[in-house]
Ligand binder design. Structure first.
Ligand code: 6PG
Length: 233
């Protein structure tokens, strides 16, 4: 995967300091070039220290638009909500001035697709930066192995930027996710993973095998967008 650079750190703190600086640099490049920048962020727990550090970095946050890579289809006040996590840890301090668009609407996720697709059209594409995580099953975003809509979500001809993903064997909530074409409509993809178990999963994902069994492989194997993988124990 010549399109992928792997960066290993001795501890999470040094990774976060370096990665926050890299993201700030990429966003500033976008602002200088086009007057605004766009950032798509994943949820989960790994990004929390990164978001806290990033939120304190001085840049023209009012020219940055932030969207979610995926969302659990729960109220924004729910403890499982990615929107809640982003508002709590990223949209604070200096970054409070950024423009955030959440995914969750009151209706079903399927109905939310149309609304979110419309909201995404207000972003400048390609996105400047997409931050992805990875689960121990090799999923990324809400592209889960075995998910009912995975085939549609990774189709490069669906014409969709976001899609409702319904529960399958290992998904705790109904989800909304950016599709693979939307994730790849970006200038830089960052995969942020932590811990020995995820290093093992990542190593396995780098081997041969069906991408649908470990959807992070769709990201690692594509040649359109440079991918930087940041890992710490
Ligand atoms: C989510 C994320 C998901 C996440 C991985 C890793 O909604 O959960 O978008 O794709 O990046 O599940 O999650 P952790 O960082 O919590 O391990």
């Amino acid at each position: 995967m010549k399109n992928v650079q792997f960066f290993e750190f001795t501890d999470a703190g040094s990774l976060v300091g370096k990665l926050a600086g890299k993201i700030a640099e990429l966003l500033t490049q976008g602002i200088v070039a086009r007057g605004e920048a766009s950032l798509a962020v994943s949820g989960g727990r790994t990004p929390v220290p990164l978001f806290m550090t990033l939120s304190d970095i001085e840049l023209e946050w009012k020219k940055v638009k932030i969207c979610l890579v995926d969302e659990r289809w729960v109220d924004p006040e729910d403890e499982d909500s990615n929107e809640r996590m982003v508002r709590e840890y990223l949209l604070r301090g200096r970054a409070a001035r950024a423009h955030f668009t959440g995914m969750k609407t009151s209706g079903a996720a399927r109905a939310g697709e149309i609304r979110y697709a419309a909201a995404l059209s207000a972003f400048s594409w390609p996105l400047n930066v997409v931050i992805l995580g990875m689960g121990n099953d090799g999923h990324t975003a809400s592209l889960f192995p075995g998910a009912t809509a995975l085939r549609e979500a990774v189709s490069m001809t669906s014409g969709k930027r976001c899609l409702a993903i319904f529960p399958s064997h290992n998904i705790s909530h109904e989800r909304m996710t950016l599709t693979l074409p939307a994730i790849l409509d970006s200038r830089h993809i960052i995969v942020h993973i932590q811990g020995d178990q995820k290093k093992k999963v990542y190593t396995q994902a780098c081997q041969d095998g069906p991408a649908k069994e470990m959807p992070i492989r769709y990201i690692l194997r594509q040649q359109q967008v440079p991918v930087s993988v940041y890992w710490a124990p």
